[in-house]
Design a protein around this ligand. Structure first.
Ligand SMILES: [Zn+2]
Length: 61
């Protein structure tokens, strides 16, 4: 009888994979606030923040 648990610590690898995804441009975007008015664009925009690396992008759709 041998009870082997090969994946005892998955967290570290998951975090590493997340960083790899971010570096590849696959961010985990989450809407920061519903909408706000961008003075430069002159219209309402939605701001997104990545859950993993906290990068911010603006969507003007
Ligand atoms: Zn990211």
């Amino acid at each position: 009888m041998a009870d082997i648990l090969p994946f005892k610590k998955p967290k570290a690898s998951e975090k590493h994979r997340g960083n790899t995804l971010c570096k590849s441009g696959f961010h985990q975007w989450q809407a920061d606030k519903k909408t706000q008015f961008d003075v430069k664009l002159g219209k309402l925009v939605t701001r997104y923040r990545c859950n993993r690396c906290s990068k911010i992008k603006i969507s003007s759709d």
